[in-house]
Design a protein. Sequence first.
Lengths: 469, 385
Amino acid sequence: MRFADVVVAAGAPAGAEVVPARGQMATTLGFHIILACLGIAFPTIVLLAEFVGLRRSNVVALTLARRWSQAMGVLVAVGAVTGTVLSFEMGLLWPGLMRQYGAVLGFPFGVEGLFFFLEAIFTAIYLYGWRRLPGWAHFWTGVPIAVSGIFGAMSVIAVNSWMNQPGGFTASGGRITSVDSWQVYFNHAALYEMPHMILAAYMVTGFLVAGVYAAGIWRGRRDRYHYTGFALGFIPAAVLTPFQIFVGDTAARAIASDQPVKFASMEYVAHTGRQVPEWLGGVYINGHIYGGLRIPYVDSLLVGFGPGTKVTGWDSVPVADRPPVVWLIHLCFDAMVGLGFLLLLAGLWALYEWWRHRRLPRQRLFWVLGAVSGLAAIAAMECGWVVTEVGRQPWVVYKLLTTTAAATTNGGVIASLTFVIVLYAVLGAATIGILRILARRWRRGGPEPEVPYGPPPALQEQSVRGIES
Amino acid sequence: MISDAVGGILLASVTLYAVLGGADFGGGLWDLLAGGDRRGREPRALIEESITPVWEANHVWLVFDLVIFWTAFPHAFAAVMTTAALPLWLALAGIVLRGAGFAFRKEVSGLGAQRVLGAAFAFSSLLAPFFMGTVIGAIATGQVPADASHASLSAWTSATSLLTGLLFVGACGYLAAVYLVGEAARRGDHRLRAYFTRRAQAAGIVAGALSLAVLAELHSSNHALFSRLTGRALPLVILAGLCGLAVLALLTADRPRGVRVLAAAGVAAVIWGWGVAQYPVLLPGTNVTLSNAGAPPATLVAIVVLFVVAVVIVGPSFALLFSLQNRRLLYSDDDSGAALALQPLPSAEPLVQQPRPTEASPAVRIAVFAFVVVDALLRARRRAR
């Protein structure tokens, strides 16, 4: 071993890297998940716009579809590279997980790879086919993107839900001896995690798109272009919101039986018992809950439809097996549910106005709500991920492998974490900046750069000739 | 043995990533060397147009490779990811900056911003293949222990590893230049065709020389691999050399038909030569082989099934994408041709004086090539004694 190796190896004792490793995974996943949502659902919304445009000869909708495709090009590229970061991190941060369970996790990831291929290929055809492919043919090249987006998401969620409800394999002596890929993919938690996340992706994307145009309308750009853009995003998202609340409710009840300690942290159930109260808000510190609203019996009611329902508390497991920072899990859960209902309210408001007056609401408050709905949906989704990921701790694979045992034994994760935070801050700012440049260019209706460092001479001569003749 | 089949699938996927995704990195190399914004406009436009619709799809092969690796050989995967953590992080940074820089550059309009993003794209296009090459070098020289628990700097900074990194950059540049010759030929652009022909020749010579240098280095750093490369895998090594020479000959004769396939076949032959030479060992220097590196048979069967499905579904999709691109039906979307003409050409001088690509005469090139080859062979013989 050379001197340099000693320096590299002079990390902390085993397990010391788990905190920065978790921080890095949280940063990169929290960033990528927004782009993943857009990757899953944005093509569908673009296709919806193109469908409306083609079917009804709606020029505004077609223009929107075409412009959104351009934004999609940027978002897909950033999503592709940040997704690659996560693939590498599976091995770079969690070699213990991969060594132990790589053979089990691999199948859903492989299926995801297949759909990722289809997504990338047809995205390219769709994005760059606008000029030369005829209308409906072009529309159909986009359909595989939407379909593979959904199946790709299912496959990735299959992995996450398997980590929550592992099964479908046998092991002996620390080695996996057989795997039932079907059971791994459709594990128990997948049945509620998959629809929950796919609906979340559609809500995030729909409300985000709607939010952009709601902000424009709020600032006074009350034209057909903005109303169309708003409606194309808002309607699908608002329609899906009640379904999402139903799925989320089902998921919470399933977690109460599958992962009772996670559920106890979500709802502040310290001791197993009946007639458990529901806590709204509040910070749990050393056995006391500060500032929360206590509603008697409701938690038991929600779990088992009766006040006598027994709810398992976190005192059912030793302290070492309980998740850290319970208050974070609880507050994130409450925030997610609260934001979900806020978004439901926005949809109901629009529905009521449409039912009574056949128009969208005129109140400025509605458009403020619309403008922030995208951010609210993102916040709700991120909170949901905090709940499920922090709530599973100290396990990475529930009751089988601890996060500490899975983490890398290499020192220096804090350095890569710092680098990642800086890089992602720049990347996020640049992505938003580019989208704003696009928006400004569309508003001006100005030229769009064709090639790097200036227009190609061929095109220029052509256009000059066109103007002269 | 099913694990052998899966090993073959992994190598096939790596090959596809190398010949498809590698060329996209090589495009970054030529973008970097294209000179100032005036002189480099046309080659950059061709590079941009050829990479834009395909790079993301090509990039997926990398993700697919990783997935197959960790699924089929989880123990070896964890060992590689632990030992070579640093170059993998650096390659990853390269991948992120390349993709983001490339996608962003298309959309910004200011020359300054385009330069910054273009530089990010071009420089990181070198970083990613170089560091991936060093990782492969570390594996090939047996520097990855089976039970790796910490990163090692010396594993990937040996001469073989660093040369392999350079070879990867050279090979990417070679593939990209050859593909761009074909692209320019199809467009009937004689100037760009000549431009990239010169670069393809130069890159071909450099890549060939680097391959021989790596081979010579392996003689001392992993003699077992060296003797198999010159024994069992010799036909593939010869095939790689013949493909390279045929490409050079066709380019010199200015007959670009078929050069792209030949260039890709040459690179594929190198990769498969390595695979055949190493077989059945997965991590040289250890007892980790294809059959004992981790996954149970059911998982391996699942991978084979997945790969067959991939070939059946993804193959035709790729064919559709490439054929649409070949028929020039895919374009960056914008509807402002007339408005562009009103914009003055950017007239600013390049911020940084780019190194002017030297265009040596064929005689000089052949002389340099011969010198490098003879030198490498002499060094190899010296070591053999």
